[in-house]
Structures are given as C-alpha cells and as structure tokens.
Design a protein around this ligand. Structure first.
Ligand SMILES: Cc1cc2nc3c(=O)[nH]c(=O)nc-3n(C[C@H](O)[C@H](O)[C@H](O)COP(=O)(O)OP(=O)(O)OC[C@H]3O[C@@H](n4cnc5c(N)ncnc54)[C@H](O)[C@@H]3O)c2cc1C
Length: 385
C-alpha cells in the first residue's frame, strides 16, 4: 500500500483499493502476460471489464440511482491508478467507458439511460466518445462531422479518428455539427445505426482499440440526442474536466510501476562492487521518480476531491493531467536507463512502459493545451479565439 493513503481514504475505501490490487497482481497480470501485447478480442476484454466492475471500475463514482455505487471520484482516481499500474490498455478502455457513463448520467434522456447505463456500469457494454477528426484535434470547436435534421431523424456524415474502444463499441457518442456555430452530441447504436470502424496500430497500447470511425449518411432518431441541441461544445469541455484527472492518474500509475521495477532492479544489479542502488546518481533518479509520482497523485486527489465537493476545478484538473502524464514519460524513460541494456529488451517491462507512457500526454487535451488552460485561469486572458 502506498504510504499516506489513509489520509485520503477511510478503512472501507482502503480495503476496496487493496482487494483490487490483489486481483490485479494475482489474476489479471498473469492473464495479460499470457496474452502478450496483441489486440484483445472483445469477448476477452469484456470478461475483464466485467470483473473490474466488481471492484468499482467504472461504476464507483456514479450515483446509486443510475446503477452506480455512489462512492467518491477520489476513490475512482485511485482505482484507475491501480489498474494503470498493471495495464495501461485496460485503464484507457475503462477511462472512456467512465467518460461515457458520466455523459449519460448527466445529460441523456431517461430512455437512453435505462437502455445503456446499467450494462455499461456492469462492464458488459463498451462506449466510445468521438470528438477528434482527421483535421480536428486540439481545436475541438472546429468539429466538421455533420448531422442534418430530416424530420424526426439526424442524418450524420463524417469521419472521426483516435476513437478509444472503437472496435469494441456497442454505442458511440458522436460530436456533430448541427449548425454553423452549433455542436451537438448524438448517440449511435452500433447495431441500429451502423458505423464503420477501422483500428489504428500504435507505438503501444495495442491490446485495446483506438480507431477511425466512418459515418456515411447514418440515420439516427432525434431522441438519441445527448444534452440540449447546440450544447455539445460546453458539455465536451465539462466532460474533459473529470476525464483529465483520470488521465493524470493513468499516467502516474504507469510511472509507479516503472519505479517499483527500477527499485527491484537497482537492488539486484551490482556494478563496481555494490548494488547500483548504492550509486548516488541512481539513488537520485529513484528519489526524483518517487517524489514526482507522489506530487502527481496529490494533484489528482486534490482535483478529484474538488469534483466530489462540487467545486469548479478546471485549472486543478489541467494541472493533474499535464503533470501526471508528463512525469509518466520522464519516469519510464529513467526506468529504462536504470535497467541499462536490459531496459530496451522485451524481458523487462520497463521497455513497454516507456512506449505506453509516451502516449499519455496526448489524449484529452495535450500538455500544451493544459498549460494554456492553466494560463487562462491564472490571468483571464485566453490563448484561444
Ligand atoms: C491513444 C489515444 C486515444 C484517444 N482517444 C480519443 C477518443 O476516444 N476520442 C476522441 O475524440 N479523441 C481521442 N484521442 C485524440 C486526442 O484527443 C487528440 O490526439 C488530441 O486532442 C490532440 O489532437 P491532434 O492529435 O490532432 O494534435 P493537434 O491538435 O494537431 O496538435 C499537434 C501539436 O500541436 C500542439 N498544439 C495544438 N494547438 C496548439 C496551441 N493552440 N498552442 C500550442 N500548441 C498547440 C499540440 O499540443 C500538439 O503538440 C485519442 C488520442 C490518442 C493518442
């Protein structure tokens, strides 16, 4: 157990964290190791997400009235850290299912909630949330995918990219342009409103799905609109706030694993007549990694605590996301260095962690965008139009 966690969590919460940790160490990790880094088919991924739901992923922070457990965002952020420690892939799949759940709880009409939420929270269904497009990344307001009204239907055309869970998705919450200055979220059911999905191979995290999604005049009933027509941009920005804290914990969860692997290695490996842990430059690396990971966790727990308290925390969430994901890159890079030549081989997991961590500063707003948001919050002067 991480030192000092009892300052943030009560006994029941600590027990929940410990029992997830036990499942991840004893069951999930051996299964993941046996599977390797290849793409995980949907039924296998589903068996894991269903099991993880028993430990509160992604249902813990959702209200009991919606089928959630009514626990805190703080606890959920800690559960994501634990999952990322064992599997960055499963953590990103859970993060996106969690974002979709939050959107449905907050914005969806009752018939959509009843139909999708219980099974999503139980880990049976997969959701995708689509904002990014080939020409639309950091500038989310520029989304081009068009939904045109035809009677009581939307007709949707366009292309989305980088869509997490795309190949698994049972439904897809798509950000669509419904007017010149108007974005709207619309839910497409994979069976009823078919969209084409194509996986994107990446440097790492290929066990899970990141995809292109093609929409070609897909007809969707207007009753599948999520939130008010025209509220898509505002709702996307609110959604990012919660998602970012979790992306931060995803990052430092991977970093914590890199640290633990490095500590073991530095004690076991001897050079110049003593364990490399005894060489001051190696001790310094470990000290920096450990301190940065703890600092990242403190930023995330603060932001999640503010969400629990209903306080505005866009700046704090941006800090948590930026810092947690950037220290993932630096810590995993140092972990490779501490492992020497072994660090770049498949025998040691720091090689995989370094590739995975490199991805973390990109989704849900890049590091550069987080810094611009923090700057705007400090000065009131926006870098954006
Ligand atoms: C693994 C993964 C999963 C993802 N999952 C999803 C998902 O489920 N749904 C979804 O919609 N999207 C998803 N994304 C997309 C992600 O949100 C975008 O990649 C991200 O917002 C950046 O957009 P971009 O890649 O187009 O880069 P760009 O916006 O083109 O940025 C390129 C570079 O320019 C910088 N830059 C851009 N604007 C500015 C500025 N104003 N000032 C300074 N620098 C700037 C960026 O920081 C970056 O370094 C995912 C991405 C990845 C890698």
């Amino acid at each position: 157990m991480i030192g000092g966690l009892d300052i943030f969590f009560d006994k029941a919460e600590l027990a929940a964290i410990e029992s997830l940790r036990r499942y991840l160490d004893e069951q999930l990790e051996p299964e993941l190791a046996a599977h390797g880094e290849d793409f995980v088919p949907k039924d296998k991924m589903q068996s894991w997400t269903q099991k993880l739901a028993e430990f509160g992923l992604v249902n813990a922070p959702q209200p009991e009235s919606a089928g959630g457990l009514g626990l805190s965002w703080k606890l959920h952020v800690q559960l994501i850290e634990e999952l990322a420690y064992s599997s960055g892939d499963l953590a990103i799949a859970a993060l996106v299912n969690g974002s979709a759940a939050s959107m449905l709880v907050k914005l969806a009409p009752e018939h959509i909630k009843t139909r999708y939420l219980p099974r999503l929270l139980a880990g049976e269904l997969f959701a995708s949330v689509g904002i990014s497009e080939p020409d639309v990344g950091s500038d989310v307001a520029a989304a081009k995918t068009r939904a045109v009204r035809d009677g009581d239907h939307w007709v949707i055309s366009g292309e989305k990219t980088w869509i997490t869970n795309g190949e698994y998705s049972d439904f897809f919450i798509c950000t669509c342009r419904t007017g010149e200055n108007e974005l709207t979220h619309i839910l497409l059911d994979r069976n009823e409103h078919p969209y084409e999905v194509r996986g994107i191979p990446k440097i790492a995290l290929n066990r899970q799905s990141t995809s292109q999604v093609f929409l070609d005049d897909v007809r969707v009933p207007v009753e599948n609109t999520i939130g008010e027509i025209g509220s898509g941009l505002k709702n996307t920005l609110t959604l990012f706030e919660r998602a970012r804290v979790h992306v931060g914990s995803w990052g430092y969860g991977m970093a914590r694993r890199a640290l633990d692997e490095s500590i073991k290695y530095a004690i076991d490996r001897s050079q110049h007549g003593k364990p490399i842990a005894g060489h001051q430059l190696i001790a310094e690396k470990l000290a920096v990694m450990a301190t940065e990971i703890d600092a990242a966790r403190l930023l995330s727990l603060r932001a999640a605590g503010m969400i629990d308290a209903g306080q505005r925390c866009d700046k704090e969430c941006a800090m948590a996301k930026w810092y947690g994901t950037e220290i993932a890159v630096s810590a995993t890079r140092q972990a490779v260095q501490i492992h020497g030549g072994n660090g770049v081989t498949k025998e040691f997991i720091v090689e995989r962690l370094a590739r995975e961590a490199m991805i973390a500063p990109i989704p849900d707003g890049t590091t550069e965008i987080q810094k611009l948001l923090i700057g705007r919050s400090l000065t009131g002067v926006s870098a954006f139009r």
